[in-house]
Structures are given as structure tokens and as C-alpha cells.
Ligand binder design. Structure first.
Ligand SMILES: Cc1cc2nc3c(=O)[nH]c(=O)nc-3n(C[C@H](O)[C@H](O)[C@H](O)COP(=O)(O)O)c2cc1C
Ligand code: SF4
Length: 454
């Protein structure tokens, strides 16, 4: 099964962002996702028409606010608050940017959405632009995402030809110029201020906030940046109403979200209601052996991507919400949920993830640049069996010093793999330090040293 296959979900789970696999099989979903006639027959652009004709800009913002839509890009910030901030400026021009960068190389959620349901993203972008008074919109994707780019180009051309975007899209003299921009770079490019720099052709480093992009963004203009999933939910909300959306998912975070699930027997993308337990999410990756770990015991769940948390099986009942995952030591991040079975070594996992985060730090702020490197070295020493006395105390102090000291959230997130690993799997870390052995036999120098004594 491909990593980007859409996983079957239980009957009754709402489908707001993606067509159901069953619907695709039954032929009720167009074979060509850029087929505008088929999409409009299924309701595409109805929300945009309603927003322009019935709600008006202020009414549209009110509906999105009442629905409680929170950004899916990571921080969970209320969408309507960003819109109000941008609309409240007295700038002559405003911009909306769809963040389709998909920073985590192992997570395909945003690409799946863009390829399967491009009109939902374009329509959401247009509604957001109409609501904040923007005449310019950008869809930013990775330059190497060739098949996504192909679908988006066709969908955008069709939507422009039909007049949903482009000249006079919102009425006479009220145009929306939408363009597709490809950006090429590192993990950090998904961070909104870096993405805006890249779109300006500048070096990719974050900016001090405030001012936030909503008031001063691309070319200094008020710019609302949203993840593509956030945008794709907007037409559904306008058509079905704020109350209907507020009833889906978690009370403090309504709606659905796409997750990239990986277990022993299946991997793919699933649309899940916000607040679904991690247990129900990992169960989606168990269609064959009946266990997400392929018949083996679940040892850990990696939640949030490269800078995610490593959670124990006891955390399986944690609801998939911004706050609950943060309290557990992880985050929604890229939407990745990976099951590690009993053969995994927590030190090895944390070491590899921390190294990635240190390598990807842009270097603009010293606590992150140097701190993540020192953290990575602690991980290396743990795995190599060369830990120094006090390394875990140093890890705790370093993580505390790094967090909150930098320009973007990367510094905090980069501490999560080692900090959560130490929080939940302390005995395994201690064994690496005190006995010089790797219980899972993964950290090679230690495993060899241990076996040489027998
Ligand atoms: C290191 C880092 C990487 C990020 N990568 C992405 C990304 O790939 N896609 C994304 O939509 N947001 C990403 N974000 C979050 C964005 O900065 C921004 O908050 C988001 O695009 C806003 O969209 P939302 O309002 O829909 O949440 C990243 C943040 C950080 C700190
Ligand atoms: S926190 Fe890290 S990634 Fe973010 S600006 Fe500072 S050095 Fe760059």
C-alpha cells in the first residue's frame, strides 16, 4: 500500500476535506480531480457564491469565527482572528497565502489534499481573500511536488476560465489574482515568515514577531497565511453553517484533520475528527494483522513529525488536539503518527530526530543554533555508550534554556524527541548510560560491546 493511499475510516466519520475511499471506488468522485464540471456538480464553489452574495465580507468572517476553525498548520491559531487582524489594517492591498509546502518529507497529507481536492483549497483561498479584502493570493508548494503542481495548474486554469477567480471574480472591478509559486528548500521553509521570505526571493530565515504576517507580511502587506487544510474546510463551513462544523470533532477544536499514519501493516493518509484518540488513529494502520505494530507490542507512538514527541502506549487515549498533545509532550506538527514496535530503541529514535532538527535549524538565533547541536551530541553519546556523568541533567537544563529563546518555534519543537523520550522511557536511557547496553540491540557499538562479554 502506498504511503499516500487514503486509509479507510469507520462509518460515520465526517468527510470534510477528502472524498471517502468508498465514494472513489463507487465512482461518485471524478476520476480527474481537476475536472471543474464534475466538481461543481458535487457542490464546489457554492460556498464562494454564498459568501459573495449572501454573507458579505464581515458576515463571512463572523461565520468562520463562530465555527471555531483553528489553523491546521501547527499552532492551532483561530483563523477568524487572523482575518480580522488583516481586514482591520488600512492597507490598500492584502494577500492570502496557501501554505502547501509540507515541510516534513515523510508526511504526505497536504499533497494528498491538493491532488485529490484542489478546488476545495482554491475555493477556501478565494473565500478568505474575499473576506479580508485581498486581491492577490498565492498557493505555495514544493518545487519537486511535480504531480501536485500538475493538478493545481489544471485546476487553477479551470477555475480562472470559469471566473471563480481572476478578473472581476468578486464583482465588477473586484478581481482575485491567484498564482501558483514553487519554492525549494529545507524543512524550515514551511514556517510562515520563512515561506514569505522565499516568495520574495530572499534568504530563508524567520522574522521577529510582532508584527505578524497578518498585519505585515509579503512585501510588507497584510498577509493571511493558512495551511491548505485550513483553507479546504472553509467552503464546507460556509455551505453547512458554523453550527454544523462546531458539532464535528472536539469542542475546543472542531472539524477534521488529515493524519499520516504508519504502522507495521499499513501506511496512508486518513481524515479524522479532531479529538479522536491516538488509539483510534493508530488502529487505522492495522487492517491486516489486527494490531498497528503487526502483531508485536506497541512500544511507542511518534507524534508530530521530525520534531515530534515519543509517547508511550499509556498515551494512546490522548485526544488528537493541539492542547492535549502539547501536554503529553508532543504536537500535531506535520500530522504524522508513527507506531514503533517493541524492536525499536527510544534512544536511537530520539537521536536521529534530534540530529535532523539540529541540522535543519537555520542558525539565525544562537540558543537554537548551538543548543540543538549540543542536544544532538547528547543523543549521540547516549547511543554510542559514551555518555558523561550529568548528561541527562544537562539535557534538561539545555532544553529549558533553549525553549522560548528564539525567533520561531523550531527551537522548542526540536527538544521534544529527547525530552519526551527521557520523560517516558527513562529506564531505557539509564540502561544506555549506566550499563552501556541497548536493550533493543539497535545502538550498534553498545550492542556489540554487550554481546562481546558473553
Ligand atoms: C519549523 C516549522 C515548520 C513549519 N512547517 C509548516 C508546513 O510545512 N506547512 C504549514 O502549513 N505550516 C507549517 N508551519 C506553521 C506555519 O508557520 C504557520 O503557522 C501556518 O502555515 C499557518 O497556517 P494555519 O493558520 O492554517 O495554521 C511550520 C512551523 C514551524 C515552526
Ligand atoms: S529558532 Fe532555530 S530555526 Fe528558528 S530562527 Fe532561530 S535558529 Fe532559526
Amino acid at each position: 500500500m502506498s504511503d499516500t493511499a487514503i486509509l479507510a475510516t469507520p462509518k460515520g466519520w465526517p468527510a470534510i476535506l477528502l472524498p471517502r475511499p468508498a465514494a472513489a471506488k463507487a465512482g461518485t468522485v471524478a476520476a480527474d480531480p481537476a475536472d471543474l464540471d464534475a466538481a461543481t456538480a458535487a457542490g464546489a464553489f457554492k460556498g464562494l457564491r454564498l459568501a459573495i452574495r449572501d454573507l458579505g465580507a464581515i458576515g463571512t468572517i463572523a461565520v468562520i469565527g463562530a465555527a471555531g476553525l483553528r489553523g491546521r498548520g501547527g499552532a492551532g491559531y483561530p483563523a477568524a482572528d487572523k482575518w480580522r487582524a488583516a481586514a482591520g489594517t488600512n492597507a490598500a492591498e492584502r494577500i492570502v497565502v496557501a501554505n502547501g509546502y509540507g515541510a516534513d518529507p515523510a508526511t504526505g497529507t497536504d499533497g494528498v489534499l491538493l491532488r485529490r481536492n484542489p478546488f476545495a483549497v482554491i475555493e477556501g483561498l478565494a473565500i478568505a481573500a474575499f473576506a479580508i479584502g485581498a486581491g492577490e493570493a498565492v498557493i505555495a508548494v514544493r518545487a519537486e511536488a511535480v504531480s501536485t503542481i500538475r493538478v493545481l495548474e489544471a485546476a487553477l486554469a479551470a477555475a480562472t476560465d470559469a471566473g471563480f477567480v481572476g478578473p472581476d471574480a468578486f464583482g465588477p472591478g473586484r478581481s482575485l489574482d491567484v498564482r501558483l509559486e514553487t519554492v525549494q528548500g529545507a524543512y524550515l521553509l514551511g514556517e510562515e515568515t520563512i515561506l514569505l521570505k522565499a516568495l520574495e526571493g530572499k534568504r530563508g530565515q524567520p522574522e521577529q514577531r510582532p508584527p505578524h504576517p497578518a498585519t505585515k507580511g509579503l512585501r510588507g502587506l497584510p498577509t493571511v497565511v493558512h495551511n491548505v487544510q485550513t483553507l479546504a474546510a472553509i467552503p464546507w463551513i460556509v455551505v453547512n453553517g458554523a453550527d454544523a462544523f462546531a458539532k464535528v470533532g472536539a469542542k475546543d477544536c472542531p472539524g477534521t484533520i488529515l493524519v499520516q499514519v504508519r504502522g507495521a501493516d499499513a501506511a496512508g493518509v486518513a481524515e479524522v475528527p479532531m479529538g479522536t484518540s491516538l488509539r483510534d488513529i493508530v488502529a487505522l494502520a492495522a487492517p491486516v494483522a489486527g494490531s498497528p505494530a503487526g502483531g508485536r507490542a506497541v512500544k511507542a507512538i511518534l507524534v508530530g513529525g521530525p520534531s515530534g514527541g515519543i509517547l508511550p502506549p499509556e498515551a494512546l487515549d490522548t485526544p488528537y488536539t493541539f492542547e492535549a498533545l502539547r501536554a503529553a509532550g508532543a504536537h500535531i506538527g506535520s500530522g504524522s503518527v508513527i507506531v514503533a514496535d517493541e524492536r525499536a530503541c527510544i534512544v536511537d529514535l530520539a537521536r536521529v530526530l534530534t540530529r535532523f532538527c539540529a541540522d535543519e535549524a537555520c542558525g539565525k538565533t544562537i540558543p537554537c543554533r548551538i543548543g540543538t547541536r549540543r542536544l544532538s551530541e547528547i543523543g549521540d553519546r547516549l547511543a554510542a555508550g559514551t555518555s558523561r556523568a550529568g548528561d541527562l541533567d544537562l539535557l534538561t537544563d539545555l532544553a529549558a534554556d533553549i525553549v522560548g529563546s528564539a525567533l520561531c518555534d523550531h527551537e522548542r519543537l526540536a527538544t521534544l524527541p529527547l525530552v519526551s523520550g527521557m520523560r517516558y522511557f527513562r529506564a531505557e536511557l539509564d540502561e544506555h548510560i549506566e550499563r552501556g547496553s541497548c536493550p533493543a540491540g539497535v545502538c550498534h557499538p553498545i550492542a556489540m560491546a554487550a554481546s562481546a562479554t558473553h
